[in-house]
Design a binder for this molecule. Sequence first.
Ligand SMILES: [Zn+2]
Length: 385
Amino acid sequence: MEYQKIRNLLDRLLECPSISPNNAGCLEIVAGELDGFNLQRIDLADTANLFASYGQGFPHISFVGHIDVVPANPAEWTSNPFIPTERDGKIFARGAADMKSGVAATVIAAKYLAKLMESEKITGTISLLITSDEEATGLNGIAAVMPILAERGINIDYAIVAEPTARENLGDCARKGRRGSLNLELEIVGIEGHIAYPEKLRNPIFPLAEILARLGEIVWDTGYLEFPPTSCQVSNFQAGLGAENVVPRTARAKINWRFNPLYTEEKIRQIVEKIVAEVCEKSTTANFSWRLSGDAFATADEIICTALSDAVKENLGTTLEFNTAGGTSDGRFLAKHGAKVVEFGVCNASIHKADEWVKAADLEPLAKIYFDCAKNIFTHFKNTK
Ligand SMILES: [Zn+2]
């Protein structure tokens, strides 16, 4: 797997200013690489999506990624964020780590896998699923594409999301699940008025403070598999007009849960709504605005985890650690549709920062690990038939 092939493709992608949800020509560049693949563009509203597949049937292994990037302020950068520049073995550009290097490496790996399937007569499917909106709302990205693929009879069995997961060095860390994230904006409505006439007031601040105190005391759980305990945090509390003699009509708080697979949105909502009902009783009313930003998922599948750890060991000689850290990712939408998901990629130390970089020396082993991981899965099923 030649370094120069991956590097050329990466440089071309990095030159496209594909700030979410702009494609800026990236998916055309990717499609141009994939001779012999079945190409489906699934563009939805402002978002461009590409599904490219080779072969058919089980096992269907998909490389998943995004070509969109977060904005970059050129004034904070040493070199132009959209002109890839190499210094001291690092390639600097917006998207270098998150995650155009992952896209470039998986595209090259997929091309080699197609050749291997041909020469070794391997049955199954290799595909690439790439979106132009993971970093912004993501509404028209992988979340929306998965049901469309299902309608077309396409089911992904194994997904390798090429997000940057390494802490320090390539091969130190991968993910086999993610925590869920749930937001609540809670508003308590009382009766406002002069502080000197308490009999006429229904102060909303007392019940809101009590609700938050009760939420803060809950031990949600003590962790699950590789997941840390579920946590509940308050990020905002607003009430009062600034005057010392006015009781306000409303009090508001923003609350967030990061939860492991022991919880669902429904389960958390039930607990919270019960507490709120008990506290508010008849004196005040509560308005809830819930927003789920991602469900929790866990990959308890030996085959894909072993295939990836073996690929890392073969190429780097290191032992891969799996965890469930980080924010949410597109992995959850694949898991929801039955895919076994792992996430693996380059070092994430510089993502979403000025002077984002990827190590040039990581590109070739990265592509080789993706290739070997998929090859190991194909081999597993061939051997066990
Ligand atoms: Zn990313």
